[in-house]
Design a protein around this ligand. Structure first.
Ligand SMILES: [Zn+2]
Length: 245
């Protein structure tokens, strides 16, 4: 008998899994698929709006509490793991990748790859790394290193994916296909059978949310009529089959 499927979502920051995959995560968890969120760069003082206490410890705690509240509204069985790595502004002082990985970033990729190798015994959903945020690029690079041993699928980073054209997105995926040496197809899981309102739910990330970000995420959802995942056909089928059980 096959082992029941488990799903792991690699989230560079505390909100990325939710912004990219809220509905997918909700559906999976409600279909009794064990879901674990792996938040990577959770030591942070990054907020999209001004907050009362700007210290790293306070902001990191605030963001974790927003995350816990979000997943609780989805399904109380969802597990959250915070790896407590320093985020880019605290680490190197820049956010966007404009040069090859630096040595400390290569070390982080290796560390993350090793951690994931120990933790993941199921499907791993990783961000495509759209938008050149260095923390997203590190996550993707770690997943690429794991690719031969692990079932990796990719989701669209939001709001970044809304800020590029479909052609640019396809070029981005093409580059990833070259890195992996495989063909990727995509599937958009429709809005049927969703029992959460994504717009309402993502607003629980109050410190990360403003009108622009919220409307970009929801516009992308409406453009696609769902959340799009890219992977090899066989892996998409595994996820589909698990969702139909
Ligand atoms: Zn992020």
């Amino acid at each position: 008998m096959n082992e029941p499927l488990k799903l792991y979502i690699l989230s560079p920051h505390i909100d990325d899994a939710a912004f990219g995959l809220a509905l997918t995560i909700s559906k999976c968890a409600n279909n009794n698929i064990p879901v674990t969120i792996i938040n990577c760069f959770t030591v942070t003082k990054w907020t999209a709006i001004p907050v009362e206490n700007k210290e790293t410890i306070a902001v990191s705690l605030l963001r974790k509490s927003e995350d816990a509240a979000f997943y609780k509204t989805l399904n109380e069985n969802i597990k959250i793991v915070n790896l407590d790595l320093l985020d880019a502004p605290l680490r190197n002082g820049y956010i966007f990748q404009e040069q090859p990985f630096q040595q400390n970033e290569l070390d982080l990729i290796e560390e993350l790859k090793n951690l994931l190798e120990q933790m993941v015994d199921g499907l791993l959903l990783c961000p495509l790394g759209i938008g050149s945020h260095i923390d997203h690029a590190i996550c993707r690079a770690a997943a690429v290193k794991l690719y031969d041993k692990t079932d990796v699928l990719f989701y669209e980073d939001l709001p970044y994916a809304k800020r590029i054209s479909h052609q640019q997105l396809e070029l981005h995926v093409k580059k990833l296909e070259e890195d992996l040496g495989v063909s990727l197809v995509n599937n958009t899981d429709g809005l049927l059978n969703c029992n959460i309102d994504k717009e309402q739910a993502i607003r629980l990330y109050k410190s990360q949310m403003n009108e622009e970000i919220s409307s970009e995420i929801i516009a992308h959802l409406n453009d696609l009529k769902g959340e799009r995942i890219w992977s090899e056909e066989t892996l998409l089928n595994k996820l589909r089959t698990a969702l139909q059980k």
